[in-house]
Design a protein around this ligand. Structure first.
Ligand code: PHE
Length: 345
């Protein structure tokens, strides 16, 4: 029979049981058993609710409300006791363990860009900022693009400079990124042309400063009224960006069949500031790469009007720039993949 007395009795018993459960006495009931007993689907509180039908109809609302209050009280008490028990369990575990959660962790080794990639990305970003577009051409190419179109006929002595790897009759591993100039000018006929083309090139060459496969970055600008001073201005900006504001620069007359005039660009030695040291062989200058104004013969080969258009181009070894920038004495260090070496950059 349900009555207010039953309800009071249940409440008293529940509170007493809870007290006992947390008293720590050996015969004390377990919290989860008590929860089932009182709050479970078949527990006593729901039992009171289910029995409510036997009450006179006018007593049901008031009684129902009291049962609800008791259920809320029980839920609240159980939740509080459970939280406390959980905290105690964690504290007990921590007190036992030798793990010190306040010790700093062990940092996982983190990779970073290879120095060659750093130089390449930095150069790309710099030229992008000047409005240049990225371009690329194939590494395995017909020799016409690598040589003939660049004004280097088959019997031309400058082919010897290039120590070419032949893949097949007439097919070469490109010896320089200058083949990009040819492909780009054939495919794009809308001036102005402002491209930067980084990529791998191959030469039969192997010593402390040369490797058979290395990276170059090619630059080509074509428009009306492009002069050698545009080349100088562009390269000076770039040199200051890469080697610092104090770097000096000079052009030495040189020869490339696809540029006229041609020059070799030197920067003042960044190791001795131009005074002369071992790296610059006491000259105070370090060679960076070749450049020049686009030879009219190249424009003719690719179908551009040499009377109307002029341009400039340069090609630098990325490996060489990385070696200079980071003071690396042997090019092979860059491609050996030894992380003890690479970690430094
Ligand atoms: N292609 C030349 C080389 O590899 C460099 C160069 C590029 C020179 C563009 C002039 C203009 O040596």
């Amino acid at each position: 029979m349900n009555s207010a007395n039953d309800l009071e009795e249940l409440k008293t018993r529940l509170l007493a049981d809870l007290n006992l459960a947390v008293s720590g006495a050996s015969e004390s009931p377990r919290l989860e058993d008590l929860k089932t007993k009182y709050l479970g689907k078949k527990g006593e509180i729901y039992g009171l609710m289910r029995g409510m039908g036997a009450l006179p109809a006018d007593q049901r609302p008031a009684f129902g409300q009291k049962v609800n209050e008791l259920r809320d009280l029980a839920e609240e008490r159980f939740a509080a006791l459970e939280a406390k028990a959980e905290e105690q369990a964690i504290n007990a575990k921590l007190a036992q363990s030798t793990l010190d959660p306040t010790l700093p962790g062990i940092r996982a080794p983190m990779g970073h860009l290879h120095p060659l990639s750093q130089v390449r990305e930095d150069t790309i970003n710099f030229f992008r900022g000047l409005g240049f577009e990225l371009a690329e051409a194939q590494e395995v190419d017909h020799e016409w693009y690598n040589f003939e179109a660049l004004n280097i006929p088959p019997d031309h002595p400058s082919r010897d400079m290039h120590d070419t790897f032949y893949v097949d009759e007439g097919i070469v591993l490109r010896t320089h990124t200058s083949n990009t100039q040819v492909h780009y000018l054939l495919d794009h006929k809308e001036p102005p042309i402002r491209i930067l083309a980084p990529g791998f090139v191959y030469r039969v060459d192997n010593d402390a400063t040369h490797s058979p496969m290395f990276q170059q970055v090619e630059c080509l600008v074509v428009d009306e009224n492009i002069s050698f001073s545009h080349l100088k201005g562009t390269l000076f900006l770039w040199a200051k960006h890469v080697f610092g504001p104090d770097v000096n620069m000079r052009f030495r007359p040189s020869y490339f069949p696809f540029t006229e005039p041609s020059a070799e660009m030197d920067i003042s030695c960044i190791f001795c500031g131009g005074k002369g040291c071992r790296v610059c062989k006491q000259s105070g200058w370090i060679e960076v790469g070749g450049c020049g104004s686009v030879d009219p013969a190249v424009f003719e080969k690719v179908g551009w009007d040499p009377e109307r258009y002029t341009g400039f181009a340069f090609g630098f070894g990325i490996d060489r720039i990385a070696m200079l920038k980071y003071g690396i004495p042997n090019i092979a260090h860059l491609t050996r993949g030894d992380t003890r070496f690479l970690r430094q950059f």
